[in-house]
Design a protein around this ligand. Structure first.
Ligand code: GRG
Length: 331
């Protein structure tokens, strides 16, 4: 997972006071009577993060021009806590050392603490969701399941050069898009929007999340080490073959055969450089970007029934702004 995406328009669109309310609700949500647990559970919140899910909930609540209520902010925070809990667990699985520019929880306190603190974040998320009603509680529970399904879909095809695109879509829908869909839906439910608007917001959030993840996967191979804050091609090294890589392997050209030959096992530094160079200099990146554009169009279409408000304008601009981070290599 790279971190090279520039500040998304969505975050710029939410008001400063909404972002301050999100920030303080995030910190409040993880306070316990046990200072040690509070410190561990706060670690990545203090370290940063874009808070995109609660931002999306608050913007979704405002499509009719009204302000976002305290409960809308809390609903968005429940989604961000699920995101955070999944990062704690993900860093244990990946044995990752750093995230958001600081030591991971597993690196600083150990795996057992990271798993338990991740569970604790999920419990706080569930408590908030339950306080917002059974529909929100059920939706959040289902979404936690989708995250696990997405992660399993990825694990099943690690180092598989024949990974079907279907596996990739299932994985990124579960791991990333479903939580954006849920954040937007919770914003709509808690704001009291009509059913049609709630469904359209869900469709929007899912499509936005698909763009987010495809762009992230493209940047993992096209951005520089400096932009990414880690070596480019990290996903390939880890055996996670994402859309630009799958598309490049499927080109049916000698370069595609060379890439397939290189992948399937752990890569050394030379292999990593060679694999990146093949993906960067063929049509797989442009092809993946074209798929991301289809999801931008879906997100745009989902907004067609919304009122003409600043929140709707922000929703319309945000997916395309993600794709602007991608520069297509000249082949
Ligand atoms: C325990 C809920 C739970 C799940 C278990 C580990 C796992 C299954 C899923 C992990 C899924 C995962 C790591 C998805 C990546 C999601 C993603 C889009 C990360 C980047 O999000 P940003 O850019 O990051 O919003 P910041 O740092 O800004 O929050």
């Amino acid at each position: 997972m790279s971190n090279a995406q520039t500040s998304p328009l969505l975050a710029l669109a939410s008001s400063e006071s909404d972002r301050a309310r999100i920030e303080s609700a995030m910190h409040d949500a993880v306070v316990t009577s046990d200072e040690y647990l509070t410190e561990i559970a706060s670690h990545l919140i203090v370290a940063g993060g874009k808070r995109l899910r609660p931002v999306l909930s608050t913007v979704a609540a405002q499509v009719n021009g009204d302000d976002a209520s305290v409960d809308v902010v809390r609903g968005g925070v429940s989604c961000e806590l699920v995101h955070l809990g999944s990062l704690y667990h993900d860093d244990v699985m990946d044995e990752a050392d750093t995230r958001r520019g600081v030591d991971t929880v597993n690196a600083k306190w150990g795996n057992l603490q990271a798993i338990l603190a991740g569970d604790f974040l999920l419990s706080r998320a569930s408590e908030i969701a339950a306080s917002l009603g059974t529909e929100v509680a059920g939706l959040l529970a289902r979404t936690i399941g989708w995250l696990c399904e997405g992660q399993i879909a990825e694990l099943r095809h690690t180092y598989d050069v024949g990974r079907p695109e279907e596996s990739y879509y299932t994985s990124i829908h579960g791991k990333t898009a479903s939580l954006y869909g849920t954040a937007a839906r919770i914003g709509g439910i808690v704001a009291g929007h009509d059913q049609e608007t709630i469904d359209a917001l869900t469709e929007y959030g899912n499509a936005y999340g698909m763009v987010f993840q495809i762009v992230d996967d493209i940047l993992d191979v096209t951005a520089t080490d400096e932009q990414l804050g880690k070596p480019a091609g990290h996903d390939m090294v880890e055996g996670v073959y994402t859309l630009p890589v799958i598309r490049t392997m499927g080109l049916g050209t000698p370069a595609a055969a060379d890439l397939t030959e290189l992948l399937g096992n752990a890569l050394d530094a030379d292999g990593q450089r060679a694999a990146i160079s093949i993906v960067r200099s063929n049509e797989g990146v442009a092809s993946a970007a074209a798929t991301a554009q289809e999801y931008v169009d879906r997100a745009t279409a989902a907004c067609s029934g919304f009122a003409d408000t600043p929140a709707t304008a922000a929703l319309l601009a945000a997916p395309a702004s993600l794709l602007e981070n991608v520069s297509i290599p000249v082949t």
